[in-house]
Each structure stands twice: as C-alpha cells, then as structure tokens.
Write a protein that binds this ligand. Structure first.
Ligand code: NI
Length: 395
C-alpha cells in the first residue's frame, strides 16, 4: 500500500477515539501547571499504543518519543494542553463540567492531534527516518510552560534538529491550513512600575511629591515611544492596563503603581522600548523628584518561521491536503505564543489548522468558542506527513 493512503487510513481509524478523548478533555479543563489529569490521559493513550512517555517535565509536561526504523534526524512536535479561566457558555453536550474553567483556545484539540500523530507514526515506523519527539506542554496561556519545560531539559536528550508547532484557527475554514510567511505572532513583555514621591495634605503640595501627577505624566509620555521612536513599518504596542494611586481626595499620593504590556514583531525592539521607558523614568527623577522601580519580564519572544523548515512543512501539507487547502494568511497576529521559546533555540515552523464552524460567530478565548472537529484528522495528517517528509529530506 502506498504510504500516502496509509496515513489517511490510519488517521480515519484513530479519529473516533481522538474525538472521544477530546470531548473528555474538554469536560475536564485544567489551568496552567494543573494539567495532572490531562497528563495522565495523555500517557494512558500513549501507553495503550505502546509508546513510552516521560512525565513531570516543566511540572505537568509530558515528552514521548517515536523512533523510526531508519536512521535520521530528530523532529520535535509541540502541543499545548492547558485551559482558560472562562465560564463556558456553549451549551454543548460535552461542555466543561468545571465552573469557571474552559478549553476556550482548543488546546484539548491540539493535545489529541499530537497523540494521533504519535500513534500514526508509531504504526508507520518502517517508513520513518530518525526520531519524533512529542512535547505536551503545560501553561501556554500564561506563557510560562515552554520556559519551564526547557529549564527541565526538554531541548536535550535527544536534541531536536527542527520543531513544528500548530494552533487551531477559527478564521480558517475547516479542512484547510493557514500559515504566515515569516512573522507569526508578536513578542510579549510585561512591565511593572512603582513611582515613589512623598505623601502629604492636598492643600500643601509644596510639602509633598505627587506620585499621581507623575504617573499621569508618565502614561502620556509613554505614548511617544511607539509614535516617535519606533519605525512606522514595524508593529509595536505599549499598553498601560493598570494605574493605582491615591486614597482620599485631600491626600497627595506618595506612590503610584502601573502595570502594562509591550508587543513587537522585530527582533531587539522590545529591548529598545524598555530602554526608552527607563530613560523617561530617569528624566522624571530629575524633572519631577520622583524615584522609581521598573520590573521587566520578557514573557515570550516574537514567533518567526524558519524559511527552510516552513517551505518543507508547506510542501508536505500541499501533498497531503492539496494545494488549494494551504492558505497564506494576510497578516500575523499581535497575540503571543510561547512556542516562540522553542523556536528561538531550534529551527521552527508554525501552522494554523482551520477550525471554523459555519454559522458560529466566535473566536479563541471567548465563552462561546468551539473548534470544528475536522481539525483533528486534518491536524494529524499534516503533522505526521511533515514528520515523515522532514526526517527523510534532512537525513
Ligand atoms: Ni491557544
């Protein structure tokens, strides 16, 4: 039997089990680093198909290896497993049974796609070169699981030659996949600022140092970073989402607390924005007698595709699904994805798997979100085909 139809046939046979497992995971969503039952379900499914797995990597992460019959490189495939703190309002028969928690980003679907690909590749070991390393990652929604797994050695033993990631995408019709030619998702940085003045009576400003007035000035001044310091063709966002100061109308606030986020696409730009913010704070020290603390967390770098890996992934996708079903997306997303930490260390490509449900007006991270189940067999076939092709072409 030609391997082309063999993969599709194996996928067809596995799909009912994968759909059932997805519904089970959907009913029992677990938040970041709490994916204990999800990890058990993953290892149980792999175990049933005689695929060994290591658990407890990055707290609740799981790594499984499928070894081909022929020598070759090691390909990574990463799936995320966590849910969101959203109260589900879909009315689906398999809706979340946990109040306030929901798989509103389809990571339940991502998990079973990787499981299906692992089982399909294990069955096709005879035509598989090298090894495929499946990374079931916790805590993507908090952009912290990838770093936790990497800190626990997920990049080693064996090292990967390249890695693939994917996400379901309700803007892409089911049965199709989408891609971005280069930039996929933005970087994510988080900043905390404390402005420190001196409290005092509202009627005696000359005896105080007003942290609230300084904070208001600071928020305005920040607007000039993107508009005056960043190249107009380079996307960037600086948002202050929290500003707390003051306790009473006649008391001058001695401190102000601000929190915000920065998003960029270009390498090195978030560092430049951090430096600009620090320079403005230093200016306020002199100009407004305000002391400050700035805490900066580089949560995730921007996600960019490696050109060679993407070209090979697309060629596999076109062979598996037909060229009409592989779409270039019009623009990258200003959302972030911590798969970018893997992509920083290993040549990577990322695919969007169409999950649109006709007639359902929704998006990821909404309480009415649902994922088209056709994304499951499509995802299994594309990911497994790419692993088969990439391993033999890189060998
Ligand atoms: Ni997601």
């Amino acid at each position: 039997m030609p391997s082309d139809t063999r993969l599709a046939q194996i996928t067809d046979r596995l799909t009912p089990d994968l759909v059932a497992l997805r519904k089970q995971l959907h009913q029992h969503p677990e938040l970041a680093f709490e994916e204990h039952e999800t990890a058990k379900a993953v290892t149980a499914f792999l175990g049933k198909h005689k695929i060994a797995a290591r658990t407890g990597i990055g707290k609740t992460g799981v790594i499984a290896m499928v070894e081909g019959a022929k020598p070759g490189p090691t390909i990574g495939i990463r799936a995320d497993m966590d849910a969101l703190p959203i109260h589900e309002q879909t009315g689906l028969p398999f809706a979340s049974k946990v109040a306030g928690k929901m798989h509103a980003c389809g990571h339940d679907v991502h998990t079973v796609i990787a499981l299906g690909a692992a089982v399909a590749l294990a069955e096709m070991r005879d035509s598989l070169h090298g090894k495929v390393k499946f990374i079931f990652q916790p805590a993507e929604e908090t952009l912290s699981g990838a770093r936790a797994m990497i800190a626990d050695g997920a990049l080693d033993d064996p090292k990967m030659d390249l890695i693939l990631g994917y996400h379901n995408w309700p803007a892409v019709p089911a049965g199709k996949v989408g891609y971005n030619a280069e930039a996929v998702m933005s970087s994510a940085d988080a900043f905390d600022v404390v402005l420190k003045g001196r409290d005092g009576h509202g009627a005696h400003p000359h005896l105080a140092v007003d942290a609230l007035a300084a904070g208001a000035y600071f928020v305005s001044q920040l607007q000039t970073i993107v508009s005056r310091e960043v190249k107009p063709l380079s996307p960037a966002v600086v948002t202050v989402g929290e500003f707390h100061a003051g306790t009473a109308r006649n008391v001058i606030a001695g401190t102000a607390h601000l929190k915000g986020i920065v998003r960029t696409m270009e390498a090195g730009l978030s560092e430049k924005i951090e430096a600009a913010m620090r320079r403005m704070l230093e200016g306020m020290k002199l100009g407004m007698r305000i002391d400050y603390e700035l805490k900066w967390d580089r949560v995730a770098p921007a996600l960019r595709n490696n050109k060679d890996v993407l070209a090979k992934l697309l060629s596999s996708a076109r062979n598996e699904l037909g060229a009409d079903n592989v779409l270039e997306l019009p623009e990258p997303s200003m959302g972030s994805e911590d798969f970018a930490w893997f992509a920083e260390k290993v040549p990577a490509a990322h695919l969007r798997i169409g999950s649109k449900i006709d007639g359902l007006d929704t998006a990821i991270h909404r309480a009415n979100y649902d994922c088209n189940e056709l994304a499951i067999p499509i995802g299994v076939r594309v990911v497994a085909r790419a692993a088969l092709d990439l391993a033999s072409s890189s060998a």
